[in-house]
Design a binder for this molecule. Sequence first.
Ligand code: ATP
Length: 246
Amino acid sequence: MSLELHNCTYAYRPWAPPVIENLDYALPPGLTILLGPNGAGKSTLLRLAASVTRPRAGTVTVGGLRAGSRAYRRAVAWMPQQITAMTALTAREQVAYTGWLKGMNRREAWDAAARALDRVGLAAKAGTKAHRLSGGELRRVGVASALVHEARLLLLDEPTAGMDPRQRRVFRDILRTLTDDIPVLLSTHDVADLAEESDNVTVVEHGRIIYHGTTPGFLAHAPADVAPGRLAEAAYTALSESGGHL
Ligand SMILES: Nc1ncnc2c1ncn2[C@@H]1O[C@H](COP(=O)(O)OP(=O)(O)OP(=O)(O)O)[C@@H](O)[C@H]1O
């Protein structure tokens, strides 16, 4: 199910200059990582795709469904950058609540929440109040919430931020099982960590896409003398410094 943004413009305030202007974007199948410096517009792009914000102009569709419709919201899962612990709820209740918001009945949502928490290695904390979880655990609740209703497109905003190295590995394994079935768009600053897992890379700067293509095509931007372990970082640096004009 393909995400498409057509000629999208978005500004946070009516009088403010647009963060994104006349943007065209089509998400390919598989895992696409979204890179860019702080303030580049990655979260804004994901929020538009998640239909939590609406463009001032242009259209956002997934498989022909228009953003804003109920069917669109059911088709798309979004993990925001900030995960808020719902104070009174346990981890499982918080995940189940997301499933219920996405249209599952209470029983389905409750069962699916347990499966989703198990998938992110958090089954043992299912009964813990969400506000008592560590920052990394709370992010895993966020990932579980995004997985709970088996969406047809997954949007993840810096899912690995604050996770320890072991959890990052677990998360990479989960990603591998997901991307065979549904397209995933994931923003990250962990260029080296996730580039080798991805099929495609999108680089955003000042709300503009300066690279959108395959991962091998992205890595080819690294200078020839770079050590293999540093390819992704070097490619990203080269692209950023050139503003995409390589
Ligand atoms: N709620 C908001 N109100 C006003 N401006 C905002 C708001 N959120 C983001 N912006 C501005 O929009 C621009 C893009 O921000 P965005 O959060 O999309 O960047 P990002 O690439 O996700 O950054 P980061 O890597 O720091 O998360 C920035 O200039 C930011 O200051």
